[in-house]
Ligand binder design. Structure first.
Ligand code: NAP
Length: 242
């Protein structure tokens, strides 16, 4: 039986990925800050799911990760779904810093612990949900877009490090477009909105194929392709309110 640790499984995309892996027979260790949500998910299959409350912004989070790995009986897949994001046109410093604490510092805290674990067992798969928002700086969400780019680059760096050390570790950077979750206030006014169930299906497929980068879905892959071609001088003059 394969064992996955999912950080950020209390709602949204992470929770749907947990349900999908569960239906495929995986043993799961799930985490997030909301204990009730973790316990509700555990009720689906108490013998298959282990829970641990973890706040990735706290220094002791890697210790709790280790406890969860032990409870789960090991880790083949580390799946990082935790993240926050806000529009912040007023550029409130506290919002920007909270985003950096979760999406950059918390992310590094957890993926370095997962990498060290896989390095020791010389095997594993490390996956993160970043976003298409990392493709370009977004004036309406500076810290969000910048931290998602940070995650993209960090995954690239870890993949190179693993290769340099000839480690059998695989990396998947998942970059979805708009998904109807609490994160987007259930996505009422967003175009090309996808359901979290559909996105979870794409994600599990990408994990099985060990895709290095997965832009979800094809429409967003096209959009990102063209976004990238826009020169900086033009991009910085566009009015994009997301
Ligand atoms: N929805 C979209 O349109 C979209 C698009 C692209 C990328 N994404 C990315 O997908 C990921 C999941 O988002 P979602 O849409 O599924 O939203 P969501 O339902 O709000 O899920 C966010 C998850 O992150 C966890 N989390 C937040 N802060 C945490 C912390 N300090 N410690 C541990 N866990 C924390 C939450 O758990 P607790 O609150 O219980 O801690 C929750 O499980 C995020 O990284 C987001 O950037 C979302």
């Amino acid at each position: 039986m394969k064992r996955a640790i999912i950080i950020g499984a209390t709602s949204g995309i992470g929770q749907e990925v947990a349900k999908k892996l569960l239906s495929e027979g995986w043993q799961l260790g799930i985490a997030g800050r909301r204990e009730n949500e973790l316990k509700n998910l555990q009720k689906l299959s108490p013998e298959q799911i282990f829970v641990q409350t973890i706040d990735i912004t706290q220094e002791d989070a890697p210790l709790h990760l280790q406890e969860l790995i032990t409870q789960t009986g090991g880790m083949d897949l580390y799946f990082h779904a935790s993240g926050i994001g806000n529009q912040n046109i007023e550029l409130q410093t506290d919002i920007e810093l909270r985003t950096v604490e979760t999406n950059a510092l918390g992310f590094v805290r957890m993926v370095t612990a997962a990498f060290q674990y896989f390095r020791q067992q010389n095997n594993g798969h490390l996956a993160v949900i970043s976003s298409i928002a990392g493709t370009k700086g977004l004036g309406s969400a500076p810290a969000y877009s910048a931290t998602k780019r940070f995650q993209n680059t960090y995954m690239e760096a870890l993949a190179q490090l693993a290769y340099m050390e000839k480690l059998d570790i695989h990396f998947t950077d998942i970059r979805p477009g708009f998904v109807a979750t609490a994160f987007l206030n259930d996505g009422h006014k967003y175009p090309m909105l996808m359901s979290s169930e559909r996105v979870a299906k794409h994600i599990v497929h990408a994990l099985k194929c060990r895709q290095r980068v997965a832009i979800i879905d094809g429409r967003y892959a096209c959009m990102v392709f063209f976004w990238r071609l826009i020169p900086r001088w033009l991009w910085e003059r566009l009015h994009i309110y997301l």
